[in-house]
Design a binder for this molecule. Structure first.
Ligand code: FES
Ligand SMILES: [Fe+2]
Length: 435
């Protein structure tokens, strides 16, 4: 449970808020490269940390992220002409490049030098692995984080996105709330329906895992364990990384490469950007059953609306296409087949910003509790002038999540840290240019 003041501190991300300013110290995955498919393509409306921005790709292929309102008289640059190395406002023809420089002011007298004095607000962008990263912070951007999923060789990275109609923190909390796996996602699966001696089997044979949570310099990591036969434990190891990343215990620890960024669009909308290794293990866990939920979320076609990107077809307006018959018959626990939609239904139903002053957290919520504490510490320290953790330490982000079976007494954290270093090292040697 949080106080109202703490809840606001953690959830409000607009310009000038402590959390918004904290996040601006970090590089932010802002959109997918595929949203700007070719030079001089149509501009895209991007809502980022409560700020309205226009993304465009210029004639040379460079990406710009520029203020929505033209600095002249405020018309939206979304309607601009993307041509010959810049975005030209259609009101009076002023034209801006990706850095916000004014290239042309055709309605001013030729002797005017006003265009050299004017600059539009524009944020530096770098593309890597199919993601456009933007930097909204200090004058000199830091390096990009060394997330293994962000360092894959060209062609190996796979990226997609889905929007949550709720605050970023509750979407993120859903990721570290690992005990919901055995209910929301797998609640109707019985052990006898599942391949024995697999991750999936142990997950449904014991639905109340024990947790160990460890604070780390990048955020926190936790291991949740269940018995896996005599003398052995199945560990699910996952991370929260500052400011909004989660690595889920999908696949096999040390092999699976995948990171999700829960990017706040504004206080009430979040874009989940999912960065994975191509052909990575897509099933949520090892093991087979006919009735595993689907992991391919069907999306509506993107629109040019501020909130029109990557919206699931099953959403709050149609009760997530919940099928009561499926729920009653126990085909799935929730009556929904898609994992992401199952998650959206529960997290969005908490309201646009969940009121954490009235909840009742239990032992199984220890990772959520500790993550909030880490975030509160970090955002308060940043507001008091201390550095944002990890911004200048890209190497902290070389960490791995996944499942592993260890002998009782074996140290999951030591094993996980070694796996992360190996992943980070192999990624670093194949990495394209640093941001
Ligand atoms: S408002 Fe954009 S050029 Fe005048
Ligand atoms: Fe989930």
């Amino acid at each position: 449970m949080l106080s109202a003041e703490e809840n606001a501190l953690l959830t409000e991300v607009g310009p000038g808020t402590p959390m918004g300013e904290f996040m601006r110290a970090y590089w932010i995955p802002a959109l997918l490269s595929s949203e700007l498919p070719h030079p001089d393509c149509d501009p895209v409306r991007v809502m980022l940390l409560g700020e309205r921005l226009i993304a465009f790709r210029d004639s040379a292929g460079r990406v710009g992220l520029i203020q929505n309102h033209c600095p002249h008289r405020g018309a939206s640059l979304f309607y601009g002409r993307n041509e010959a190395g810049g975005l030209r406002c259609v009101y009076h023809g002023w034209k801006f490049d990706v850095a916000g420089r004014c290239l042309d002011m055709p309605n001013e007298p030729p002797e005017s030098d006003f265009k050299h004095k004017l600059r539009a607000r524009a944020y530096p962008c770098v593309e890597r692995g199919g993601v456009v990263w933007a930097y909204l912070g200090r004058a000199e951007p830091p390096p990009l984080p060394d997330l293994p999923a962000n360092q894959l060789p060209e062609g190996e990275a796979e990226v997609w996105a889905v929007q949550h109609a709720c605050n970023w923190l509750q979407a993120l909390e859903g990721d570290v709330d690992t005990s919901h796996l055995g209910f929301l996602h797998l609640g109707s699966l019985m052990p006898e329906e599942v391949t024995p001696d697999t991750f999936l089997y142990w997950s449904v044979a014991d639905r109340a895992p024990r947790y160990e949570v460890v604070d780390t310099e990048y955020g926190l990591t936790y291991g949740a364990w269940r018995p896996a036969g005599p003398g052995r434990r199945y560990w699910r190891v996952a991370q929260f990384l500052f400011p909004f990343y989660s690595q889920a215990p999908a696949g096999i620890l040390g092999q699976h490469v995948g990171t999700h960024a829960l990017v706040p669009m504004d206080d009430h909308h979040t874009l989940r950007i999912m960065m994975h290794q191509r052909q990575a293990e897509r099933r949520p866990i090892q093991g087979r059953s006919e009735r595993l939920p689907s992991v391919h979320t069907e999306l509506l076609p993107n629109t040019s609306d501020w909130y029109g990107r990557f919206v699931p077809r099953a959403n709050g307006e149609n009760d997530y296409l919940l099928d009561r018959k499926v729920q009653r018959q126990g085909l799935t626990y929730s009556g929904i087949w898609d994992v992401r939609v199952q998650d959206n239904m529960v997290t969005e139903s908490m309201g646009p910003i969940y009121d954490r002053t009235a909840e009742h957290l239990a032992v199984s919520d220890v990772a959520v509790i500790r993550m909030r504490r880490r975030l509160l510490q970090a955002v308060r320290a940043f507001a008091a002038g201390r550095p944002a953790p990890g911004v200048d330490h890209p190497e902290w982000y070389r960490v791995a999540a996944g499942g592993v079976v260890l002998a009782e007494g074996e140290k999951w954290l030591t094993y996980a840290e070694a796996a992360g270093r190996r992943l980070g090292a192999s990624a670093a040697t194949t990495s394209p240019e640093r941001g």
